[in-house]
Design a protein around this ligand. Structure first.
Ligand SMILES: [Zn+2]
Length: 594
């Protein structure tokens, strides 16, 4: 950015001194950590599979302490770099820490590998012992890939060929998509720059942006399809070698979700396409159109208001306080200790995140606050993450405090929902501001719940076809893409001809297959929990705080069961969809030009 805009967040920078006094102090910590990792290795290498419970418990405590120190160090270097990406000392420190981390990880890797290789009877005896209770889930879940892991020599060979068999295709995909220039508005633009234009108020610009993107993608589709075809073919071979029974199984196992429960969820999403059609028709009316075109789906609705940083933080604090003073205290702590960096400035990264730092340290938040209403929700989102990191950090170990991927976005999305309710109430005098908020909530839910589900269905279609021995040519992929997207848009949205090529630039298919359903899971779970909170009121709060405290010490299924969601049931997600419907109903009641 050439000029940094002035915002009310000016001067809101984080204070990293509680982590390390300065870069030198962090750098000085490195040799001692490497040495401790080496000592740990010398002490336990070759014995993990046979250690008795008392000694294993001791080893786990040592490992947790190492994990905390390494995590704190890596976080400190990462946070410094985030706000000064071109700083010499920041880059030097980060490079040094990254090298140290790789070295430490190499030294410590034996522990999990030996544990995974341990005899099942011995393992069951250990897991039943109270001495390892606090790390039981870590130990049990580390072994879940054991049935699909080959011998050490075979694994080594499989690892060696990864660079050519997968890495090279990933790189080619990244090169083609990041070098792609889309002629638009008299300039050559990147895919992201053009996609940003589909959210502007001017209809011609939105529609033209998609046209330009698809036109530029088409000539690349033979290469991009070939990249995907090669990867899918290779993954199918590996699945056979590892004994997986379907292409999604390794991801389901990684997410600690039973495949049947994932199927139940995807089917539930597909039963609710009528909500999407209803919203698309309403949106067409609001925009004065007979029918939406693809380029209208993210057209802005209603209006918005500027919000100052002080107003935003106190609004979030009050909303969370009303939910639970314990949660309000997490927000106050972040403000009070200066653990938030909010001001956008030269050399600082874009976006926002919450860094858990370590189990024995408090989380930090990075924002780029520009006085927009959306920024208020972003604060809520990141504080939502902080709630879980802090509460889980208080009672779990370093090996089990981190939430599993499928649940990681639950507290953040839930906190956003609480704060959105507050924003809606605060805008009682302005229907158009309310409409803007509602539209953004509904459309975020759609983009997360529906669209990510179609991506899974598209992938399933592609793997199915490839398993039949059919090469994934552009036309075949286009057909699967349209087939899996059509039910969502129904006859409520006109799809331009070029939409056939919209599969081509999506990186998840290339880098991590079936990644997207974890978003669906988390969003639906937060919606279902919101509905539960609406119903149960204060009785919901205690169990919810308990849920946050589990972190990664139980599977998603166990965690959600504890708070009243049985993810194996067909009707588990209905309350979540009812919540989307409730938002649509409120929006429908707002007159177009009130
Ligand atoms: Zn998040």
């Amino acid at each position: 950015m050439s000029q940094t805009p002035t915002t009310t967040s000016a001067g809101i920078h984080w204070d990293l001194a509680p982590l390390f006094a300065d870069a030198d102090a962090a750098r000085t910590a490195v040799p001692a950590l490497i040495e401790s990792s080496r000592v740990f290795r010398e002490r336990y290498r070759g014995r993990v599979a046979t250690l008795a419970a008392p000694e294993l418990a001791e080893a786990l405590d040592e490992l947790a302490a190492l994990d905390n120190s390494l995590s704190r160090l890596a976080s400190y270097a990462g946070l410094r770099l985030t706000v000064n990406v071109n700083g010499e000392s920041e880059r030097d420190l980060n490079a040094a820490v990254e090298m140290a981390l790789v070295e430490a990880q190499n030294l410590l890797r034996f522990f999990e590998l030996e544990w995974i290789g341990a005899d099942e009877e011995h393992v069951q005896g250990i897991l039943a012992d109270e001495l390892v209770a606090k790390n039981r889930h870590y130990l049990a879940s580390a072994r879940r890939f054991a049935p699909h892991t080959r011998t050490e020599a075979e694994e080594e060979m499989l690892g060696e060929r990864d660079a050519a068999a997968a890495g090279a295709w990933h790189t080619l995909f990244d090169q083609v998509t990041s070098n792609l220039r889309v002629p638009f508005d008299g300039e050559d633009r990147t895919i992201d720059e053009v996609l940003a234009r589909v959210r502007v108020p001017e209809r011609e610009t939105r529609l033209a942006a998609y046209e330009a993107l698809f036109t530029a993608l088409e000539p690349q589709t033979p290469v991009l399809a070939h990249v995907y075809d090669s990867l899918v073919a290779d993954r199918l071979v590996l699945d056979r070698v590892r004994g997986y029974s379907h292409p999604r199984e390794s991801r389901d196992l990684g997410n600690e979700l039973p495949s049947e429960a994932v199927d139940v969820m995807l089917a539930a999403v597909e039963r609710h396409h009528h909500l999407a059609h209803r919203w698309f028709r309403h949106k067409a009316r609001l925009l004065g159109l007979d029918k939406l075109s693809l380029g209208d789906q993210y057209a802005p609705l209603g209006s918005t208001r500027p919000v100052s940083y002080d107003d935003a933080t106190s609004l979030v604090e009050r909303a969370l306080d009303d939910f639970s003073p314990r949660i309000g205290e997490v927000a106050r702590g972040l403000y009070r200790d200066n653990r938030i960096d909010a001001e956008p400035r030269q050399g600082k990264r874009g976006g926002a995140f919450c860094a858990s730092i370590a189990q024995d340290a408090l989380p930090y938040i990075m924002l780029n606050f520009t006085d927009q209403m959306d920024d208020v929700r972003t604060i809520a989102h990141e504080i939502g993450h902080a709630m879980q990191f802090q509460l889980a950090g208080e009672i779990q170990t370093a090996l089990s405090h981190h939430p599993p991927l499928a649940l990681a976005e639950v507290p953040s999305t839930f906190a956003e929902m609480i704060v959105t309710d507050r924003l809606l109430a605060a805008a009682a005098d302005d229907a158009q501001v309310r409409l803007g908020l509602l539209a953004s909530s509904v459309e975020t839910a759609f983009a997360t719940v529906f669209r990510q589900t179609h991506m899974v269905r598209y992938e399933q279609g592609a793997y199915g076809l490839r398993a039949e021995g059919k090469a994934l040519m552009p036309d075949r992929l286009a057909e699967i893409w349209i087939e899996t997207n059509r039910p969502y848009y129904g006859d409520a949205v006109e799809l331009p001809e070029g939409y056939r090529f919209a599969w081509a630039y999506i990186p998840h298919f290339i880098h991590t297959r079936f990644y997207t359903y974890a978003y669906v899971f988390a969003h639906l779970a937060s919606l279902a929990l919101s509905a539960k909170y609406r119903e149960d009121g204060d009785a919901f709060v205690g169990p919810y705080l308990d849920f946050l405290s589990i972190g990664g010490a139980a599977s998603p299924q166990e965690q959600l069961a504890g708070i009243g969601l049985d993810i194996t049931r067909d009707d588990c997600w209905d309350a979540g969809f009812a919540e989307i419907e409730r938002l649509i109903e409120i929006a429908e009641a707002i007159e177009p030009d009130a």
